[in-house]
Ligand binder design. Sequence first.
Ligand code: MN
Length: 292
Amino acid sequence: MSEKHIELIMAPPEPHFVGDGFRVHTFIPSSYRVDMHRTNPFIMMDYNSKHYFSPTQTPRGVGVHPHRGFETVTIAYKGRVAHHDSSGGGGVIGEGDVQWMTAASGVLHKEYHEEKFSQEGGEFQMVQLWVNLPAKDKMSNPKYQAISNDKMARIPVGDNSDSFIELIAGSYNGVSGPADTFTPLHMSNAKLKAGTSAKYAFPDSHSTCLVAIEGNITVNGSSVNQDHFCLFDRKGEEFEIKADTDAIVLVLSGEPIPEPIAAHGPFVMNSRDELVQAFNDFNEGKFGELAD
Ligand code: MN
């Protein structure tokens, strides 16, 4: 196996608001060489870097909207997110938890700051990813996986017993994570004490990237600062993350889905006709019902 080089390190782009509750930097797609084909099956990544929200009686968030053709994965690092969808799924995720919603044939959902968090205010930090589905699964039934932090596999790394890989999906050193996925992919958080290193190996055909969620790290000898995104070259398999300070690093790697992508707004399909169908089905109320 050979070293996997870094293709680019990106500072967080200007943030924008999604609804009034999510102040995000969009890393995927971004204007600079990172489009959804390059990072497929990860076709969208919004990163809410640490942001203080003041107390409010009316929870901030984003109202009812549809999705079809992919999965939304929300990883909460700070604060709490409440979520409801038209298939009856929903719940609250807190610090360290993940909600994995398979929109597939279509759901309506809404995403808000949890009520008590809203009333108290506080620091909020999260990632939302869109994971593409293969054509054969795009119209399967919606489902919802609530992956609380205690369900994640923890694999110790280095000599420091406080450093570990927290596995959400895929595998690390032969251990598997809890999420059911439609295509082979890896999703984990490295939680590393300063001075600790973690090694990774992924197939060279997979799309691989990371985000320094907390702290500063060195990746194969290059510095990656807090809140920066790092995309790896396809060539090579192995890389090493060294924590320069105590650090949390989101690591993603997945097999690209070798199909055309037709994306518009909240729908990600294979063809324009399927997008038109999605809009028609949505307008005809075929995505179910969900109250504001
Ligand atoms: Mn959504």
